[in-house]
Design a protein around this ligand. Structure first.
Ligand code: CA
Length: 218
């Protein structure tokens, strides 16, 4: 999953970026509202973490432009402790949740999981397909009850494919979801991850559609 963070405070922005990357997300970080608006226009994200007090274009304006274009990705706003009005205005402008600064990274990661889960139409915290069970919170996978060791990338890739089970995911869609701006993939990185995943969960579970992409059959 790929997230955008819009936060002008360098320390906080850096902390959020590092923390969410460690939680397995591809993260892009922009430091003003105009950059956020452009990124949202040009890239596809699964969630936006939006500071309301941003230079050049404030967070509420970014949010109303986003919703005005019909973009439905979940938005989590960050507000100052005393800014109750901001929080209400943000929720009324189409934000899905809010956190009050100072931000606790574990709480943020939990809210991100809940919001992205709901946005793919899944109320259950566990994802399962036959005897394969994925626990996004614990970052664990089991196959017929036995734990499967996956790297962070393999885990994200498997989660993406299983969330879209029965649908073909193109190479571009997968790379968009797995990689942020700062870590462009090698040309064969995806094949390598797929190869490793197949060795760990069974070759037949991931189908290759030559020249198109990959699919996990339902
Ligand atoms: Ca700010």
């Amino acid at each position: 999953m790929r997230l955008l963070i819009a936060e002008d405070d360098p320390q906080l922005g850096d902390g959020l970026t590092v923390g969410l990357r460690q939680a397995g997300y591809a993260v892009d970080w922009v430091k003003d509202g105009v950059a956020a608006d452009l990124a949202l226009l040009n890239e596809s994200y699964d969630l936006l973490v939006l500071d309301l007090g941003l230079p050049r274009l404030d967070g509420l304006a970014v949010l109303s432009r986003l919703r005005g274009r019909g973009q439905t990705l979940p938005v989590l706003i960050l507000t100052a402790r005393d800014a109750t009005g901001d929080k209400i205005a943000g929720l009324d402008s189409g934000a899905d949740d809010y956190l009050i600064k100072p931000i606790d990274i574990d709480e943020l990661a939990a809210r991100v999981r809940a919001l992205t889960r709901r946005s793919v139409g899944r109320a259950q915290p566990l994802l399962s397909l036959g005897d394969l069970v994925i626990d996004p919170a614990a970052h664990q996978v089991t196959l017929a009850g036995m734990p499967v060791e996956l790297s962070v990338r393999e885990f994200s890739l498997l989660q993406l494919l299983v969330e879209n089970a029965g649908r073909v995911m193109t190479r571009a869609q997968i790379e968009d979801s797995l990689y942020g701006w700062r870590d462009e993939p090698d040309s064969n990185a995806l094949e390598v991850h797929i190869h490793h995943l197949r060795k760990k969960i069974g070759t037949e579970r991931i189908k290759t559609l030559r020249g198109i992409g990959y699919m996990v059959p339902k």
